[in-house]
Design a protein around this ligand. Sequence first.
Ligand SMILES: [Mn+2]
Length: 325
Amino acid sequence: MNTLQEISKVLLSSKKIGITYHVSPDGDAVGSALALLNGLKFLNKDAYLISKDIISENLQFLKSSSEANGKVIKPLSETDVVVVVDCGNFERISAELKEFKGSIINIDHHISNDKYGKFNYVDINAAATAEIVFELLNIMGINFDKVNEDLYEIGTCLYTSLVTDTGGFRHSNVTSRTHKIASKLKEIGVNNTYIYQSLFDNNSFEKIRLIGKSINNMELLLDRKVSLIKIPKSYGEELNIEIGDTSDIISFGLQIKGVEVSVLIKETENGSKASLRSKNEIDVRKIAEKLGGGGHVKAAGITMNGLNLEEAKDKILEQIEKELL
Ligand SMILES: [Mn+2]
């Protein structure tokens, strides 16, 4: 592992820097990447975003999010360094890096990180990758100690990461450092209400109907300790909606008294894709890893190609049952 001082030096001595994140980027991936991107630009660095994904609509209020337009999916020529944030595995990077000859910097907080970079910094105690990016920016000379438009934009990206990766400062990954950073960002004028509304009070009517339809088919299983939602592709067609991020839907399962694990399985082109959330002690990462997936103790995911929703459900329940004993 490297230090953030070493990584800061590499970045400050690089001419052209690409930044990317994991596929289907969530709030932390996007917020961390854009905070770093806007920070490097603030330091007059030639930095740009590489992204195979389009950033989801509720994150498009973040500065420079429009750089993810589907056009830059691999490093531009003469790029010295590509920074990958919030991504544990090389295969999950939202950029084509197989032929890249420069250095990769891997900045992340996932326990299951393959250290695929030439430079690696993984802090599993960070609630969000943005906590690491905040520190890195400070080391590079960006101090969040005055009110200014650029710092406000960078701070808004960082705060968005903190809010999304902690479930609004609710999950057990939150530390005093998380709140200290949030406090610092609030001091320079970052608007928590604006961020919250942009993120969460910004759904289409169709999305709310999708939530309703999904909750309607929720099952309580294994002694009512497991909630399970299946989302077939047909829901998207019926409601005329692209079924994108469903992390808000899975959280409804955990709101039920006595539920320990919430499962959501989506039908995909190649089979199924499952997400798991844990309320207390159960390690869903362990369950996901047994089925070829990964993630965090309390939030994990599995791509299950070749399995339909029912088959995926059976496989997952079999593993959860072992953990519940
Ligand atoms: Mn994250």
